[in-house]
Ligand binder design. Structure first.
Ligand SMILES: [Zn+2]
Length: 75
């Protein structure tokens, strides 16, 4: 009876996020960046990500830093 619990999205209320590892595309300042293999709960409706494990969150924030740095360097 109790299988995997549904994982609701905190952002938009979508009741069933999916747990997977996938490439996430970020857009900032007219440029796009891809963070590969982000492991976590991904919301199919709004794109919200709930990271699973420290590695994914770290990769993601490192990518965000790199994005900001490269944009700053161009202006
Ligand atoms: Zn959502």
């Amino acid at each position: 009876m109790s299988k995997a619990k549904p994982h609701p999205c905190l952002n938009c209320g979508q009741p069933d996020m999916s747990l997977e590892e996938k490439d996430v595309t970020l857009a900032l300042g007219g440029r796009t960046f891809v963070v590969p293999k982000v492991k976590g709960w991904h919301c199919p409706a709004c794109g919200e990500i709930e990271f699973v494990g420290n590695g994914s969150a770290e990769c993601y924030s490192t990518a965000l830093d790199a994005m900001s740095a490269s944009l700053d360097g161009r202006q």
